[in-house]
Write a new protein. Structure first.
Lengths: 136, 320
């Protein structure tokens, strides 16, 4: 199958940004997990104790293990298990990064409706990522 | 194309190296402190390793069965593993997210996934999946189990009965698709012909995506089983465009819900990472097996697994 030769600029930007972001995200996930399982850094919850927590509901888990919600994991990056959150959060951020990258391209090409859609999507994803929503 | 496949091969080797290394590291840790590294007679790495193997198999079966791995993962792991449903749903979402993100660039590159078609649907879907995730985390576990059981049994029936249309007829554009100029051209690999496509019934498609997003967010299932028929049968996009665009846009809708689960603490890396690595490796092997396997038989097996697991989860929710 031949590569499309007349792709719209925003598509080219989106796929390129996504491709490299995914590589970076997966690499972060793998490296931090290797650090975790190899014991190079101390974990917050030892792997041997995990089975006491993984059968609890998330509400019981964060209460019992005294884990901060929202972006609280940033203050726990000294622990190997929480270091994994860097890769996890980065992967979840990839669509936001891609949308932010295409907004200038859409505006430059005067594709106003799509620029508005992109801005709205960034807002939705940013609100979801912000942690301000909590749980119903 | 060569560059892309070379990068894919490098990524595959890295994943394989990672697995070998982590297995070795696990074994070392276990040997060093045998007295406290066993839990209930099992080494601590027993469940993560089993999870990796199961995710790997799910990755193969999902590709051969033509479904996303998220749904299969959630129902199998919720049925047979000791993890709470909250962590399983979060992991299911991240698995679907990782798979979708990996596939996206190639699908866009060959004009199979359409950014114009994806953007409005993804916006509605991501709002709905955020709300779905919040509701899913707030509901009592047994209610989620019962609903999930019903949803999975519904998915299996849907897969059994859903129709597909290779090239639906779109005679009249609706105002929205005309305003958004949702259309495209792709080259069919089989026939070599250039296929021009456009869509209709965009408002109805957007309404369906509220449902797709809600279910995806609530239960941690990718949602390809519902989004493909919506784009194909409701909006009239060709099947190839529907499958590729669905696969691409789920990275956006799943990311919104994934953030809600992440912010609520539903991530345990020892569950998440082996699952993602397993399903991605399995997916790569499944894509190779696709040339020799008989997808129809595998699809029947997938439907059987979904129906059985769905019933099991439903009964667990009822406390039976």
């Amino acid at each position: 199958m031949s590569v499309a030769s007349h792709q719209e600029p925003e598509v080219v930007v989106y796929r390129r940004v996504q491709r490299w972001s995914v590589y970076l995200g997966l690499a972060l996930l793998l490296v931090t997990f290797i650090i975790y399982v190899s014991g190079l850094m101390k974990p917050y919850i030892a792997p041997t104790e995990l089975d006491e927590f993984w059968s609890l509901s998330v509400h019981e888990y964060i209460e019992t293990a005294e884990i901060e919600t929202g972006w609280g994991w940033l203050s726990m990056l000294r622990y190997a298990d929480f270091l994994n959150f860097v890769g996890v959060a980065f992967l979840a951020s990839v669509p936001i990064i891609c949308y932010i990258a295409i907004i200038p391209v859409l505006l430059r090409d005067r594709k106003t409706i799509y620029a508005v859609l992109a801005v709205l999507e960034v807002i939705v994803l940013a609100v979801a990522a912000s942690g301000i929503l909590g749980v119903v | 194309m060569k560059r892309s496949s070379r990068l894919r091969r490098v990524a595959l080797c890295l994943l394989l190296l990672f697995f070998l290394f982590s297995s070795y590291a696990s074994a070392q840790t276990d040997t060093q402190s045998l007295s406290d590294s066993t839990v209930n007679g099992r080494p601590w790495w027993y469940w993560p390793l089993l999870l990796f193997i199961v995710s790997f198999l799910i990755g193969i079966v999902a590709v051969l069965g033509g479904i996303g791995g998220g749904s299969l993962f959630v129902c199998v792991v919720a049925s047979f593993f000791p993890f709470h449903l909250d962590f399983i749903r979060a992991t299911g979402l991240f698995m679907a997210l990782a798979s979708s993100l990996s596939a996206g660039p190639s699908l866009l590159r060959f004009d199979l996934a359409s950014l114009r078609l994806a953007m409005p649907l993804a916006l509605v879907g991501s709002i709905a999946s955020t709300i779905g995730a919040m509701i899913g985390l707030a509901l009592p576990t047994n209610v989620v189990r019962i609903s999930l059981g019903v949803a999975i049994m519904g998915v299996s029936i849907f897969m059994l009965t859903a129709k597909k249309s290779r090239k639906p007829d779109v005679e009249h554009l609706d105002k929205l698709s005309a305003a958004l100029r949702i259309r495209g051209v792709y080259r069919d690999r089989g026939s070599g012909e250039r296929v021009t496509w456009r869509v209709h019934k965009t408002p109805q498609g957007l309404l369906f995506f509220i449902f797709v997003g809600m279910i995806g967010g609530m239960f941690g299932m990718g949602g390809g089983w519902a989004s493909v028929p919506t784009i194909n049968l409701v909006m009239g996009a060709p099947l190839k465009i529907s499958v590729a665009t669905s696969s691409f846009l789920l990275s956006i809708t799943d990311a919104a819900a994934a953030w809600v689960y992440l912010n609520n603490g539903a991530i345990i890396p020892m569950i998440l990472v082996p699952s993602i690595v397993g399903i991605m490796l399995g997916g790569a092997v499944g894509a190779r097996l696709l040339r020799v396997a008989r997808p129809t038989i595998v699809r029947w097996i997938v439907i059987g697994i979904l129906a059985f697991s769905g019933l099991r989860i439903f009964l667990q929710g009822l406390g039976l």
